[in-house]
Write a protein that binds this ligand. Structure first.
Ligand code: ZN
Length: 138
């Protein structure tokens, strides 16, 4: 069995943002040489998520609106976590949207359902963040 590890770096200029990272994950699978196996993709920061859904801008806006209803960024004083930091909402949003995805690799390709794409979701940007890609298989 082979294993392969890669780290992606992100630095968003805004507090929140979404990036489709499907191509970067497939590129890493290509580099690994694994044809049959599994790929794990996880955010290495507790204020960012990796998730799978549709690459559709209306839906992405709906996420922003929905997450702001569930865990509004402001007022900062509403959260016990804030004080030294102001990112309690980012921790909560990350919990809702999840830490990682695992996708099957079949014949060297991401074995997706219809419309599935992998996204990085930043909730507390303007700093260096990392995503781990770990591939196992043969
Ligand atoms: Zn914090």
């Amino acid at each position: 069995m082979k294993s392969y590890r890669q780290v992606l770096h992100f630095q968003f200029p805004t507090r929140r943002g979404l990036e489709n990272i499907t191509r970067k994950v497939q590129q890493t699978i290509d580099e690994s040489g694994v044809r049959e196996g599994l790929v794990l993709v996880n955010a290495m920061n507790i204020t960012a998520s990796v998730f799978i859904n549709d690459d559709e801008s209306g839906l992405h806006n709906d996420y922003e609106v929905w997450l702001e209803k569930l865990a509004p960024e402001k007022p900062y004083s509403q959260y016990a976590h804030n004080g030294f930091e102001d990112n309690a909402d980012a921790h909560l949003k990350r919990t809702i949207m999840g830490r990682e995805v695992v996708v099957a690799i079949t014949q060297g390709k991401l074995d997706f359902g219809t419309w599935e794409q992998i996204f990085y979701f930043e909730f507390d940007g303007k700093r260096d963040k990392r995503v781990l890609i770990k591939i196992i298989g043969e």
